[in-house]
Write a protein that binds this ligand. Structure first.
Ligand code: PGA
Length: 266
């Protein structure tokens, strides 16, 4: 039986997809197909323009609302940006930070991501910090160095009491949106173990054991159980498969079944 979490996390990252009617249809399908369960935490992260719409629909359900990004300040002259205060006002409980698409396509640095993590947590949000290596870095055997550096820089100076609202998502860049990659849950487990060891150094064994550490990268209904069954994988961050209610729900149900199995005394 695992000790670090009592629930699996399933996060839907809709990225820059959906129109308002598609967002409404998708959220409706997920809400209608999901039965309450103490075995799973489900989080939907629609694009900013649809947070209010989806947030309204999620009220009274067991599904939480999350955002895909934020600016690290409460308010100010930051044209086009969205603050943690605004996210909380819209009912967000979670925010994804440091996603590889923001690191690599929008040039976000570890220092900037660190400011976001600190600001999100001090505002009262739960932060999901994404880390992961590129294919070139993996081939050059730099995976551990990259993960260590993204974690130590991303979490620099984060007060220890904030760690209970932090989770980490391992998202190898080469596996994201790439259903053709050769999926390898054991490889994911190996990386997540490195992440948990680094977290132990940063915030101590107890907090590191309690922390939710997730995997993301082409998770589909067909492979979700294999990932969720790994010892250090407490949840999954889903991109493509979160855009179809039936696929997303199949992953949620796989997470519930896996958690039920793990909770059985051996
Ligand atoms: P994917 O995306 O499931 O489409 O690979 C995961 C993510 O980027 O969060």
């Amino acid at each position: 039986m695992k000790t670090h979490t009592s629930q699996k996390f399933v996060v839907g990252n809709w990225k820059m997809h959906t129109t308002s009617s598609e967002a409404e249809h998708l959220a409706k399908g997920i809400i209608e197909g999901f039965d309450r369960s103490e075995h799973v935490t489900v989080i939907l992260c629609p694009p900013f323009p649809y947070l209010a719409l989806v947030g309204e629909m999620l009220k009274g359900t067991q599904i939480a609302l999350g955002a895909q990004n934020m600016y690290p300040d409460k308010e100010g002259a930051f044209t086009g940006e969205v603050s943690p205060t605004m996210l909380l006002d819209l009912g967000c409980k979670y925010v994804i930070l440091g996603h590889s698409e923001r690191r690599h396509k929008l040039g976000e640095s570890d220092a900037f991501i660190n400011q976001k993590v600190e600001c999100a947590l001090s505002a009262g949000l739960n932060a999901i910090l994404c880390v992961g290596e590129t294919l070139e870095q993996r081939n050059a055997k730099q995976t551990q160095a990259v993960l260590d550096s993204q974690l130590s820089q991303g979490l620099a100076n984060v007060p220890p009491e904030f760690f209970s609202r932090l989770s980490v998502a391992y998202e190898p860049v080469w596996a994201i949106g790439n259903s053709l990659h050769h999926e390898n849950p054991q490889q994911a487990q190996d990386a997540l173990l490195l992440i948990r060891k680094k977290l132990s150094q940063i915030c101590g064994d107890f907090r590191a054991q309690q922390m939710i550490v997730q995997y993301g990268g082409s998770v589909e209904p067909e492979n979700a159980t294999a990932y969720l069954g790994q010892h250090d994988i407490d949840g999954v961050l889903i991109g493509g498969a979160s855009l179809k209610a039936d696929k997303f729900l199949a992953i949620v149900h796989a997470a519930i079944a896996e958690n039920e199995a793990e909770m059985q005394p051996v």
